[in-house]
Design a protein around this ligand. Structure first.
Ligand code: 13P
Ligand code: SF4
Length: 354
């Protein structure tokens, strides 16, 4: 079982044996059984920064998903090895934009005569290839905690933004935080010829949104918000910006996982909250804040865990740590040099945002 005391003891022993040689990062969506072994927890922005700030650690064990481990590899030195305890921990959103599809999109933008006005802004939740494309074309990476600043920067560089791969974060940031209208946004569908857009539509648009989404956050609906407001009078609805636009528009507060945690820390006793993000995190927060008299519920009881985040469990973590402690480097995530060089430019632009 996941809380098997034997496994807990083995993880502790392997970690103690490795000492400062290992640094364990844990994303907020990880299971409790894994989070207890994280040296640091955070949202994807904080984890990228924290990975880069540990040059003495030979091994970075990343408890999160593949694109996060790639980003950690890009931002750390060649001597440091990034390990993902289960290689099947991917992200369905990141998989929605492949290098070939994005190259084809750029051809479409070029043919429409708009490519030279377009600055790519790619969400952290993308492969290293997409980050390299972004760097090569003068763009930046963003996360859910700095998307507005990234867009402000991008609109200083050019007139249009190609936002990859999460249409919802792109739309929500443009409309909710930057005062653009829904009509300023078009959606590029990589499965349709020319993205399903005419050259005219591309010329008129300010935000060209890639047709990608998060399969977990995409399941919260306007009904989820209306139902919880009816069930719990006075409830504050707080959602992640990967949720659909109508959900974000109906919510009281919107922000990254780190923002969500801070909002609950600052909330007064007796306040009631419905949270629209991944279930491991919401459960942990509900348990943590219950003794302070804060009532925290999941925005929609029919939505469940992020299945790929959940692939990292205690048995996989124990296996990775014990292998490293025995000198076997397993499940290394290594981005090739050329991709890394361009992807790093895009990531560093994000880290330099005001
Ligand atoms: P943040 O932790 O940056 O809010 O991102 C959420 C997410 O979906 C990561 O996969
Ligand atoms: Fe990807 Fe969504 Fe899971 Fe985050 S929660 S890793 S965006 S599928």
């Amino acid at each position: 079982s996941p809380s098997d005391p034997d496994l807990v003891e083995r993880a502790r022993a392997a970690k103690a044996k490795l000492g400062d040689k290992v640094f364990v990062l844990g994303h907020h969506y990880q299971r409790d059984e894994v989070i207890q072994f994280a040296d640091v927890t955070g949202d994807s922005f904080k984890l990228a920064r924290d990975a880069a700030a540990r040059p003495e650690a030979e091994y970075i064990v990343f408890c999160g998903v593949h694109f996060m481990a790639e980003s950690a590899d890009i931002l750390t030195s060649d001597a440091q090895k990034v390990v993902l305890p289960d290689l099947a921990a991917g992200c369905s959103m990141a998989d929605m934009a492949t290098a070939e599809q994005v190259a084809e999109c750029w051809d479409v933008l070029t043919e429409a005569g708009v490519a030279d006005q377009v600055v790519p802004v790619s969400y952290m939740n993308s492969s290293a290839d997409i980050k390299a494309f972004t760097g090569r074309h003068g763009g930046t990476i963003c996360t859910s905690s700095n998307a507005q600043r990234a867009l402000e920067w991008a609109f200083q560089q050019g007139e249009k933004v190609l936002f990859l791969p999460d249409q919802h974060l792109g739309r929500n940031t443009a409309v909710r935080d930057m005062g653009m209208s829904l009509d300023d946004c078009v959606v590029y569908n990589p499965h349709r010829p020319n993205g399903g857009l005419t050259a005219e539509e591309l010329r008129a648009a300010k935000m060209i949104l890639w047709r990608g989404h998060c399969s977990v956050h995409g399941r919260f609906s306007l009904d989820s918000v209306n139902d919880v407001r009816e069930r719990i009078p006075g409830v504050n609805v707080l959602v992640h910006p990967e949720c659909r636009h109508e959900v974000v528009a109906a919510a009281d507060l919107v922000g990254s996982t780190e923002y969500i945690i801070r909002a609950l820390e600052e909330a007064p006793a007796g306040s009631k909250w419905a949270i629209g993000t991944e279930l491991n995190l919401v459960r942990r927060l509900a348990n943590r804040f219950a003794p302070e008299g804060k009532e925290i519920v999941f925005l929609d009881r029919t939505v469940c865990f992020c299945s790929t985040m959940n692939r990292i469990d205690l048995p996989h973590l124990v296996w990775a740590l014990e292998s490293l402690a025995e000198g076997n480097l397993v499940n290394r995530i290594e981005v090739d040099r050329e991709t890394e060089a361009y992807a790093k430019q895009a990531l560093e632009r994000m880290l330099a945002l005001p």
